[in-house]
Design a binder for this molecule. Structure first.
Ligand SMILES: Cc1cc2nc3c(=O)[nH]c(=O)nc-3n(C[C@H](O)[C@H](O)[C@H](O)COP(=O)(O)OP(=O)(O)OC[C@H]3O[C@@H](n4cnc5c(N)ncnc54)[C@H](O)[C@@H]3O)c2cc1C
Length: 667
């Protein structure tokens, strides 16, 4: 019997997690003693991949606290495979194996991304160094450019001309590169013809910002995390400095910054990360009471397609509102009236599509700040702004909103925000399940789950460190950042960019779309995925909404076992898709918190066990690993060695590992 050969395309955190789970489960499931060869392909270093590579500005931070980031399972993870504990980012930083750059990192710090790079690099070394004898990992510092079925096995073509033969392939490619969407392409073309500078959506760390001149106005569309990175690179990155503490910062310009006129759909930045802890009994996403499997099963007979807006969204809103008020009644009863039970009964009867949900709650509250109004939360400026609002008034209202957010997010007496945060994670998991089980049509998937809900989730739960918003306010006071308002339109008129919000507008020679490209598989330029889409081996169906709006094709689609769904709806039994480019891939949003039963761990574990057990009927390829179309001599891939960086090879004795020390159990 020859071994099992698995190719993982992508060597970011997801691949790290999969390799860790393959090691943990090998010998526990699958054929006893079977050799498993894992080939990991990525031009970027393994463990860190592209996003967390060490070669990037040290000014860029994570948006998670160091204590909330781990790549190791713990007792909270309800997976079938063995738990193999390891340190969180903050525990590693406090330990003997931390890098010099990690010195001084506290549990509550938001680590620079380059420190997370050190943690991931260390974790990769530990995971690979701890693998059982039967499992070997081979890293190929190249790009995968093709994948075909060939005689019962699969052939992965690499950019350097080599091929890898595999039984099973996992595509863990993270955010896929895309061509500009039609509107962005138009801006690119017209800007180029008229000598304007336009920076389209992309990874901020990879963008060329040199075309943005000191002192010139720049229209910026987008106020999420890419905007925060942009501000850092154009402010401190160009020599500006901050003095002061907490929320009272002063920015001292270098004179090399442009002036950023920023707006977005909401017109305000993402909410700051919560600055307090509510940890009692938290072992994972909050249990749901309304958007439950049982409830969804009764809708439409349990298997039929659901209508998102009329059947799913009302339950999402009810679930979030109920979580908010439950925490309020439990933790801050002095601001409540009547009983929680009476309020919950009233909420359950209310119509969430109008103001009824809010109206029934008011009678139970003594502080209007405690009302959970999803419309006001989602579009905070809509009620206070109108077309005639003056630009100065808009600036004042946005700055006031940000200041208020900084205060509220640091205030434990508003811990109902935390309950909503935890519930959002659980809701996302249910929506994911509806996607992979085919209970939502493509239009609802793309427009509502990948679109609106994902945006709301990011706005409420994926915000920046509070310090970044305090910096934003200081930059605003220094005149480097100006707030344009909501519903921002970006067009080119009469030889200039125009940023327009209501009847307020600004003209500029340069503009930036500060965001990652909106996932649209129809626009993917990655040659591997583009080739699979073209041959129908992956599904991509451009969606047009009933009102005629082109929604794009959204993310790639897989089934409940994370296997690739083809254009004809069939499933490829030996190809898996995971990560942020895949609709419904759980845990794709980021790192798990320790003791949180992170869904990403559970999916990694399930996929790893599948990879170790799935039948390989029909395999005909010989046992050699690497063939060559360019007539190179086959390379003998060394065990536990990274092709591109042997110098950092871990020196662990594979037997002296947490696994061998029995830090694990079969749950
Ligand atoms: C700018 C940014 C900041 C973020 N900050 C945080 C944060 O602070 N906290 C948090 O929890 N999450 C954060 N995230 C979320 C992030 O998605 C996850 O942290 C994590 O990186 C996802 O891991 P991944 O392996 O799925 O994808 P990635 O990290 O994107 O890794 C995928 C890898 O696949 C490789 N690849 C792609 N195509 C090919 C190919 N054809 N051949 C070979 N290799 C290929 C890429 O080079 C890349 O290295 C952030 C995301 C971004 C974009």
């Amino acid at each position: 019997m020859t071994g099992r050969r698995i190719v993982v395309v992508g060597a970011g955190p997801r691949a790290l997690g999969l390799v860790e789970r393959l090691g943990a489960n090998a010998g526990v499931v699958g054929t006893p003693g079977e050799r498993v060869e894992v080939h990991v392909v990525d031009p970027h270093p393994p463990g860190t991949g592209r996003i967390w590579r060490a070669a990037q500005s040290p000014l860029l931070w994570m948006n998670s606290e160091a204590q909330d980031v781990t790549v190791f399972t713990d007792e909270s993870v309800t997976c079938e495979g063995p738990v193999v504990p390891g340190p969180s980012l903050s525990e590693w930083a406090a330990g003997p194996e931390a890098s010099a750059a990690a010195a001084g990192l506290s549990a509550r710090s938001f680590a620079p991304r380059v420190v997370q790079a050190d943690y991931l690099d260390w974790a990769w070394g530990r995971v690979v160094g701890s693998l059982p004898e039967a499992v070997s990992v081979h890293v190929h510092a190249s790009r995968a450019v093709g994948l075909v079925d060939r005689g019962g096995s699969q052939r992965v073509g690499l950019a350097d001309g080599r091929h890898l033969e595999a039984d099973l392939v996992v595509l863990a490619q993270g955010y896929l590169d895309q061509a500009p969407a039609p509107g962005e392409q138009r801006l690119l073309d017209v800007a180029a013809a008229q000598g304007l500078t336009y920076v389209p959506p992309g990874h901020t760390a990879d963008l060329d910002l040199d075309g943005l001149q000191p002192g010139e106005p720049v229209v910026v569309r987008g106020m999420g995390l890419a905007f925060v990175d942009l501000v850092v690179l154009l402010g401190e990155g160009r020599g500006g400095t901050f003095t002061g503490d907490g929320t009272q910062l002063t920015y001292h310009p270098s004179g090399r910054e442009p002036v950023l006129h920023v707006g977005s759909r909401r017109g305000v930045p993402y909410h700051a990360k919560l600055g307090y802890e509510v940890r009692e009994g938290v072992a994972g996403p909050a249990p749901l009471r309304h958007l439950t499997r049982e409830r969804l099963a009764t809708l439409g007979g349990g298997t039929s397609v659901l209508d998102y807006r009329s059947q799913v969204w009302p339950l999402v809103v009810l679930e979030l509102a109920a979580a908010h008020y439950r925490r309020l009644f439990e933790a801050h009863p002095e601001r409540t009236r009547g009983t929680l039970e009476a309020l919950e009964r009233a909420l359950a009867r209310a119509d969430v599509t109008n103001g009824e949900l809010t109206a029934v709650a008011v009678a139970h509250l003594s502080d209007p700040e405690d009302v959970f109004d999803i419309h006001r939360i989602d579009r905070p400026l809509d009620a206070v702004l109108h077309d005639g609002t003056s630009p100065d008034e808009v600036e004042r209202l946005v700055a006031e909103h940000v200041g208020h957010d900084l205060t509220r997010r640091a205030d434990p007496s508003r811990s109902s925000d935390r309950a909503v945060f935890d519930t959002l994670l659980a809701v996302y998991a249910v929506l994911t399940e509806l996607v992979v089980t085919g209970r939502l049509l493509d239009e609802d998937r793309v427009r509502h789950v990948e679109g609106h809900f994902h945006g709301l989730f990011s706005f409420l739960a994926s915000g920046p460190p509070p310090r970044r918003l305090a910096e934003l306010l200081a930059l605003h006071r220094a005149g480097i950042v100006r707030f344009l308002g909501p519903h921002l339109e970006l067009v080119i008129e009469d030889g200039a960019f125009v940023g327009r919000s209501g009847d307020r507008e600004v003209r500029a020679r340069a503009a930036v779309d500060a965001r990652l490209p909106r996932p649209d598989s129809a626009l993917v330029t990655d040659p591997l995925v583009a080739g699979l889409l073209a041959s129908g081996e992956l599904r991509s169906r451009p969606v047009t909404a009933s009102d005629g709006t082109a929604l794009g094709a959204g993310q790639l689609v897989d089934d409940a076992r994370a296997r690739a769904v083809r254009a004809d709806g069939s499933v490829h039994p030996h190809r898996y898709l995971v990560g942020p480019a895949v609709s419904g891939s759980v845990g794709a949003g980021g790192f798990s918190r320790p003791r949180f039963n992170g869904p990403g761990f559970r999916q990694n574990d399930a996929v790893a066990r599948d990879l170790l057990t799935v039948a390989l009927a029909g395999r005909t390829t010989p046992a050699h690993l690497i063939s060559s179309s360019s007539h190179r001599p086959p390379r003998r891939a060394p065990v536990h060695v990274r092709d591109h960086d042997d110098a950092h090879r871990p020196q662990h004795d594979p037997r002296d590992t947490p696994r061998e020390k029995d830090h694990r159990h079969a749950s």
